[in-house]
Write a protein that binds this ligand. Structure first.
Ligand SMILES: [Zn+2]
Length: 310
């Protein structure tokens, strides 16, 4: 397939230049070893075929990196993701093979999706890790952060680390979620923008990472969640239905954490399920069920009093 614009040239229009200035963030390129049909109509989106087994211990290993960088990534993952999943995320230096392998030796951020991570080393690149200014503490040690570290969109909480490890747990890009009221793209402006710096993607990559909607049959998730940490930030000109655009989000949204808990339930959790087929959302159904039962009981009390007590 080739681009409708062939060479996918950057536009010379003033509008596109404004868009590019607004989009001075380097975005993640999630990639799949397993091929899935990307087209279709699905807040967090998980690729069902790539989920890790429930209660699995995941060994995570760095293949390079300075001590402060590795400590920062471990801190971000253990404080932000581990509390929500019934998996054991274990950073290790052992020589044994790991499930997720991380390299910092790249100018990009990317990750394989879920179980695909075991198919390549490294499975994740973290070209930037959005560290705090100054220093941070982890496991009783204080680590100094170099002053010139890149922070995507100015975030200093490890937003990119959370996003990439979201992919490693099976999460896909929220802006490609087809459920609810998804984004309607202005394709031409999307191509123009992502052809340009800092991403410089070709047309097929832009289609894969931005425009193509995910398949509702191969993914789990709830309605489109603009607060998800798995979404890119977009100026409004790239869409036809969101004039104010979408801001990138540095933290897991409530939808993200809900679906992480449902997908990887802890022992004894109310989310425990034998199946990953989790629609509609169980918490909403349960609330409705309880409310209906309360109304039925109140109705019986009223009928009893009217008919028998008087
Ligand atoms: Zn991503």
């Amino acid at each position: 397939m080739s681009s409708p614009f062939q060479s996918c040239p950057a536009s010379n229009t003033a509008q596109a230049k404004v868009q590019q200035r607004k989009l001075q963030q380097s975005v993640c390129s999630a990639s799949l070893v397993s091929k899935i049909p990307p087209k279709g109509v699905s807040s967090a989106v998980f690729l069902k075929s790539n989920m890790w087994p429930k209660h699995q211990e995941l060994l995570i290993k760095f293949v390079d990196g300075e001590p402060w960088r590795k400590a920062w990534v471990e801190k971000v993952v253990m404080e932000n993701l581990q509390p929500h999943v019934g998996l054991t995320l274990n950073f290790t230096d052992s020589s044994n093979e790991a499930h997720i392998t991380v390299s910092f030796a790249s100018a990009r951020a990317s990750s394989l999706i879920g179980k695909d991570s075991i198919q390549d080393v490294p499975s994740m690149y973290l070209g930037w890790v959005d560290p705090p200014h100054g220093s941070f503490e982890w496991k009783g040690e204080t680590y100094a952060v170099p002053e010139d570290e890149h922070r995507n969109s100015g975030f200093d909480n490890g937003a990119t680390v959370i996003h990439e490890f979201g992919h490693a747990l099976g999460m896909l890009h929220e802006h490609q979620n087809p459920r609810g009221k998804p984004i309607i793209w202005n394709d031409e402006n999307v191509w123009d923008t992502f052809c340009g710096p800092p991403n410089k993607w070709d047309w097929a990559t832009i289609q894969h990472n931005v425009i193509d909607a995910l398949d509702i049959n191969t993914t789990n998730g709830s309605n489109f969640d603009p607060q998800s940490v798995m979404i890119y930030g977009f100026p409004g000109a790239l869409t036809k239905n969101m004039p104010n655009g979408i801001q990138p989000n540095p933290n897991l949204s409530r939808g993200d954490t809900n679906w992480l808990r449902k997908t990887y339930p802890k022992e004894g959790s109310v989310w425990l399920s034998e199946s990953y087929a989790m629609e509609p959302a169980f918490d909403i159904d349960l609330r409705n069920y309880i409310a209906l039962n309360i109304l039925v009981v109140i109705g019986f009390i009223i009928i009893y009093k009217v008919c028998f007590v008087e």
